[in-house]
Design a protein around this ligand. Structure first.
Ligand SMILES: C[S@@+](CC[C@H](N)C(=O)[O-])C[C@H]1O[C@@H](n2cnc3c(N)ncnc32)[C@H](O)[C@@H]1O
Length: 257
């Protein structure tokens, strides 16, 4: 898919997801946000950039600790939702910008901390975005990426199912691909953590906008995967409902001086 078409698919998908995405409890899970904060070393002197910030849940968590946070996202409805959430949280040290993250519309070394969550699997060229994140980070500053990750043997089937659920999904990176890119981009003192985030399939589908007819295909894939785990999500039944775990990676490193 070319970039313009992909960008249109992103805006189409996330305009509809803006409110339901922001209301999914898993997306505000404190333990996950706290781990991101801890790994990033965010503090009162930091000027932060949240890349593809969506409804600003991560940006607001960082704003409670940092000097200032800028959030940029391609989807106007997401930025509108971020403004609402900022008002509800009565935070004043945030700036929102509608725009594409490739290239990032900021000068070199403009931020001391550059972060992103749940975005790389939506980018056509995640490495180029990561390089941009490093470019706009100050020397000695930190860069943090949090996203889905899959072992190579599970990735292709997972990507098929995830594209059905969200047609703007591109490709899930393996842990080795994340780690290799961090090395290539020259990040130092790299720390990596892996965690699993539990989701209820039906709750997840209610916040998703598959193409017509695909919702039932997704249910079928999950039902048939119970006890097999070809998807790599550990799909299982609890009180008769399907639950699964998204495998997540958080990787934080320092830009050299
Ligand atoms: C799954 S949401 C994640 C939102 C947020 N980072 C979070 O974790 O709560 C992905 C976001 O990436 C944005 N996005 C995808 N591609 C983009 C691009 N090229 N430029 C800017 N934003 C983009 C979408 O609009 C959407 O809001």
């Amino acid at each position: 898919m070319n970039k313009t078409k992909h960008d249109q698919s992103i805006v189409h998908q996330f305009t509809r997801q803006a409110v339901p995405f922001s209301r999914q409890p898993a997306h505000s899970q404190e333990s996950f946000l706290n781990l991101m904060l801890e790994m990033s070393g965010a503090g009162p002197e930091d000027t932060v950039l949240d890349v593809a910030c969506g409804p600003g849940l991560v940006a607001c968590a960082f704003a409670a600790r940092a000097k200032h946070v800028t959030g940029i996202d391609l989807t106007p409805a997401m930025i509108e939702r971020a403004r609402q959430i900022q008002r509800e949280k009565q935070l004043t040290n945030l700036t929102w910008q509608i725009g594409n993250v490739l290239p990032l519309p900021f000068s070199d070394e403009a931020f001391s901390l550059v972060i992103t969550r749940y975005t790389f699997h939506h980018f056509l060229d995640p490495r180029a975005v990561w390089a941009e994140m490093v470019r706009v980070c100050t020397r000695g500053g930190r860069v943090l990426v949090a996203d889905l990750t899959m072992p190579p043997e599970k990735r292709d089937f997972f990507d098929v199912a995830e594209k059905l659920r969200d047609p703007s999904h591109t490709r899930t990176l393996t842990p080795a691909e994340f780690q290799q890119m961090a090395v290539e981009l020259g990040l130092q003192e790299v720390r990596t953590e892996f965690i699993k985030s539990e989701r209820n399939l039906e709750t997840h589908l209610r916040a998703s906008f598959p193409d017509p007819g695909d919702e039932e295909k997704i249910r079928k894939i999950f039902r048939e995967d119970l006890g097999k785990d070809a998807l790599g999500l550990g799909a299982h039944l609890k009180r008769g409902e399907i639950y699964f775990h998204y495998p997540l990676i958080i990787l934080a490193g320092r830009k050299g001086r």
